[in-house]
Design a protein around this ligand. Structure first.
Ligand code: DGL
Length: 310
């Protein structure tokens, strides 16, 4: 048993989709969440820069004695997971491999689509992860950076759940723009006949109903958020590091951006009111001493059961 918090971080708000799933799957766990909003978006940045950010924030969280690190950002995972696993003493989980594994299990025709930021697509992280699991599955990746902008705009438009924001603004702004953009991005994936689509960016679960509408009901959407929560639970369970059932969880949220805005918009993403958010200066990360990297990578060694195709 271990009641230390789980450290979760992202370039901003999007990782709260992962935090939300983790809190749902593991209601006794405390969470220490960092959103690096001041340096968001990570997607268009060089991967070496993003890798450095991952090591900086990971070091900050490790100093606060988290029992596990979750890189709740696909771009951050693509750029920095391997380095983080060789740097920190606690288990480090990213969002790419859980999503890839779920996609391999879900596909029947062995054609998987991935939508993600430019950085994630160019890193080849999803193709590599899927190939490592099953070389017979073909991955078709499309960078969809405008989806990130749409989510950001949608969140800034007002109170209510994200689906309501899209629906409410349907005639004036988001909906026509969204569907035009979505068809441009997604039609090539429909033409090649993918039967499974990975939402390879932490912002995209918020667009899932609309993306599903464009792809059609036969295409399975994979949210790495849910799969990552499952993996967090399995890794902690295997180590007997789950918090005791009588633990009263304490969640703490920090951002390098505007704390009030993070609380307001974050409550929408988390679907839970965030009452207090602390501000952190980026310079706190930039001056972190990053522990030296070990030579070998730690593998999680998890096995998953197959899922029948219908
Ligand atoms: N969190 C990022 C990801 O999942 C999306 C936003 C960004 O570009 O920073 O890739």
């Amino acid at each position: 048993m271990n009641d230390a918090p789980i450290g979760i971080f992202d370039s901003g708000l999007g990782g709260l989709t992962v935090a939300s799933e983790i809190a749902r799957a593991l209601p006794h766990e405390s969470i220490l969440y960092v959103g690096d909003t001041a340096r968001c978006p990570y997607g268009p940045r060089p991967l070496e820069d993003v890798r450095e950010f991952v090591l900086q924030i990971g070091s900050w969280l490790a100093e606060r004695r988290v029992k596990m690190l979750v890189i709740a950002c696909n771009t951050g995972t693509a750029a920095g997971l391997a380095a983080a696993q060789r740097t920190f003493d606690v288990p480090v989980i990213g969002v790419v491999e859980p999503g890839a594994r779920a996609a391999v299990k879900a596909t029947c025709n062995r054609k998987v689509g991935v939508i993600a930021t430019t950085g994630t697509v160019e890193s080849g992280a999803y193709s590599n992860a899927v190939r490592a699991l099953d070389a017979g599955v073909t991955v078709f990746s499309v960078a969809t950076p405008k989806f990130v902008d749409i989510v950001e705009q949608g969140l800034h438009m007002g109170p209510g759940t994200f689906e309501e924001l899209i629906a409410d603004s349907s005639e004036v702004f988001v909906r026509p723009t969204f569907f035009e953009i979505a068809r441009d991005y997604l039609d090539p994936l429909k033409r090649v006949g993918v039967d499974t689509l990975v939402l390879g960016c932490t912002h995209f679960p918020l667009l899932a109903p609309a993306i599903g509408q464009v792809m059609g009901r036969k295409v399975r959407l994979i949210s790495s958020a849910q799969e990552t929560a499952r993996e967090v639970s399995e890794v902690l369970g295997a180590r007997r590091w789950l918090a005791p059932r009588d633990n009263v969880p304490r969640h703490r949220f920090l951002t390098t951006g505007d704390a009030d805005e993070f609380a307001r918009l974050g409550s929408v993403v988390l679907r839970h009111s965030i009452r207090s958010v602390e501000h952190l200066r980026v310079s706190e990360f930039e001056t972190m001493t990053i522990p030296p990297m070990r030579a070998e990578t730690v593998a999680s060694g998890l096995e998953e059961e197959g899922m029948a195709c219908s």
